[in-house]
Ligand binder design. Structure first.
Ligand SMILES: Cc1ncc(C[n+]2csc(CCOP(=O)(O)OP(=O)(O)O)c2C)c(N)n1
Length: 594
């Protein structure tokens, strides 16, 4: 397969309109006011607007006043003012993940930039396109260790795909143009643009540059034929589906391919929503700790089609499945980045290309009803029965609070078919990952980076991008205290997010690790919290507390019905998840949830 081609074009207004129609990309050409000035900051914003970036998440700072000022002239960029740069950066990372366009965050230098680091890291781990704009000390002061100065190349060099410190006002627009390209190409990720405060307001030519939609090239016919032959010969094929399929059309072709050839699908880390979880071909999720007998079954496959996955460490169970570096089974690995294919695992067929195009080509190349062998049907049945057993709801009893798994069970029973669940990191998340069967339109928004503080900001963005759908944030008493302040945006904008906070008075996930490894020695994991119900009310959010199991269902029903932000604090059992207390072993293998 040859690489997808992206063409960059310089266009006039008229051509831009024609291109917009041709490529079905929105162009925001009229969204800067008539009397727009022609500064370098305006040029920056024009590039963003013309390439579909329509929202900026920011905490203001004096080091980028020029860019802030130019935003006053723009109606096409919605400014979401955040309370902490971690919230702004998390939001941009999630926005990029949901839209496929770079999520845009803007922060001040030094303290602002350091606060934003967690979100940039999440974007890298999640392969989310993102652009972080940082104001910088004046050009003449660069590398003098000036007030709040940082060398961002050094600081972000190993996290971002590209760090560019711009020194000439004329270069700002071209850097922005390249930033969009770098953030979205191959395996997407974050880019940092650093702009000294004294080059933001110079008069420069205003660009009209639009990136044409990438043209997905077709795999070579001989590659399709080889993969087809492997699929036909295999008795126990397995698809490992990754997040590069979470684009328009990706889920449909994945389902089409699995059904056509009767191939079970295991989804990669935190990609539960790629394939309907009730489907007979859904074999489970490759997570932090799959049960040994499930991994043994996966290992007995004779063909792995790794589609759109980086085959990263969690998905591959610490680079042990498939066997490292030469898999025991035949491996076909397809992802649109030559650096990733064959990086860890030697593939028999490595395709640096679009996995969606490969699935389409395989579907086009076959009869609509190929014969399916008895062996293959019993193989899929085996994987399905293991998954069903693993995902079955447990019966848990606890005297020190509500087992959070019961909250998740009630949520599943009442959830609308298009529910979006945004998860912070913590043990409350484990039952979602394990037991919540995602239906076709339901979505999981959770970070690969396992960062606490991700839940609230991700819910804000998910609701902004999905008006009319129910969005839920589940978060612990630890994680909410990190970025819960961003809930204010839900109030400001009337976003009907349902927040469910699990209060177990503990950094529970870490407590579980301590309990298992250093029983009885719990340094640093007991926490005292404010009155969360009162806190939420002080934000202007309707809220209630659930203290007993029999209150769960009605509280969730109220929360789901609400047409404004709603907050439920659940007083949760810690014993139910601690290995030394729980009679149930369901949390022993996958307790951390982070
Ligand atoms: C920013 C960050 N700091 C620390 C951690 C390590 N960590 C993972 S889960 C966790 C505890 C989460 O506690 P809480 O939010 O109360 O949820 P619980 O585990 O109790 O359900 C910690 C400290 C992390 N993942 N991210």
């Amino acid at each position: 397969m040859s690489y997808a081609i992206v063409r960059w074009v310089m266009v006039s207004d008229n051509v831009a309109t024609v291109l917009s129609t041709l490529y079905q990309r929105p162009l925001y050409v009229s969204q800067m006011t008539e009397n727009s000035e022609s500064t370098s900051a305006h040029a920056l914003l024009r590039v963003f607007l013309d390439n579909g970036i329509d929202r900026a998440y920011l905490v203001p700072g004096e080091s980028y006043l020029g860019v802030l000022d130019a935003l006053s002239d723009v109606t096409g960029i919605d400014v979401v003012t955040c309370r902490h740069e971690s919230g702004a950066a998390f939001m941009a990372a999630v926005d990029g993940k949901l839209t496929g366009r770079p999520g845009l965050a803007m922060v001040s230098r030094g303290p602002g930039a350091t606060n934003a680091a967690i979100g940039l890291h999440a974007a890298q781990q999640d392969a989310a396109p993102m652009i972080l704009i940082i104001g910088q000390v004046p050009k003449r002061d660069l590398r003098k260790k000036a007030f709040q100065e940082i060398d961002y190349q050094q600081m972000y060099g190993s996290i971002a795909k590209w760090v560019c410190e711009i020194t000439e006002p004329e270069d700002i627009a071209t850097a922005a143009f390249k930033a969009i390209r770098v953030a979205t190409s191959g395996v997407p990720g974050p880019v940092v643009l650093v702009i000294p405060e004294d080059i933001q307001q110079q008069t420069v030519e205003q660009p009209r540059w639009v990136a044409a939609k990438p043209i997905a090239t077709q795999p070579a016919p001989e590659e399709i034929a080889r993969v087809r032959a492997l699929i036909e010969q295999a008795e126990r094929p397995l698809i490992i589906a990754g997040s590069a399929l979470a684009r328009a059309g990706g889920r449909d072709v994945l389902k089409g391919l699995a059904e056509r050839f009767h191939i079970p699908v295991a989804v990669s880390f935190r990609a539960h929503d790629l394939f309907p979880n009730h489907h007979p071909l859904y074999a489970g999720n490759l997570d932090l700790a799959n049960p040994a007998h499930q991994m043994e079954a996966f290992e007995s496959s004779d063909l792995i089609l790794a589609l759109g996955t980086r085959l990263g460490d969690v998905t591959t169970q610490g680079y042990t499945f498939p066997q490292y570096p030469r898999p025991a089974q035949t491996l076909v690995h397809c992802i649109a980045d030559d650096e990733i294919v064959n990086q860890h695992f030697a593939a028999d067929i490595g395709i640096a290309g679009d996995p969606i195009a490969l699935c389409e080509a395989l579907l086009d190349s076959s009869d609509s009803h190929p014969a399916i062998s008895v062996e293959r049907r019993s193989w899929s049945g085996l994987l399905r029965s293991i998954q069903e057993q693993y995902a079955a709801w447990p019966d848990i009893e606890a005297s020190d609070g509500v087992p959070f798994v019961e909250v998740v069970r009630s949520l599943k029973e009442q959830a609308p078919g298009s529910l979006k669940i945004c998860l912070d990191a913590g043990t409350f998340a484990a039952p979602v990952y394990r037991h919540f069967a995602f239906e076709d339109e339901q979505r999981l928004i959770a970070s690969f980076s396992g960062a606490m503080g991700y839940g609230t900001p991700s819910a804000i963005v998910t609701q902004l991008r999905n008006p009319g759908h129910k969005v839920i944030c589940t978060v612990g008493d630890g994680g909410f205290m990190m970025t819960g302040n961003e809930m204010m945006a839900a109030v400001d904008r009337g976003l009907p997010i349902l927040f469910i906070l699990s209060n177990n008075h503990s950094y529970g996930s870490i407590r579980i690790h301590q309990d298992r490894t250093y029983p009885g020695r719990y340094v640093g994991t007991s926490i005292n919290s404010p009155d969360f119900v009162a806190l939420a009310r002080s934000f202007g959010v309707r809220s209630e507390r659930v203290e007993q199991l029999d209150q769960v269902s009605a509280a969730i029903a109220r929360g789901l019905m609400a047409d404004e932000p709603y907050f439920i604090e659940v007083m949760t059992s810690l014993n139910a998840v601690l290995p030394s207390h729980s009679k149930n072993d369901i949390f022993r293998v996958n307790a951390a949830g982070n």
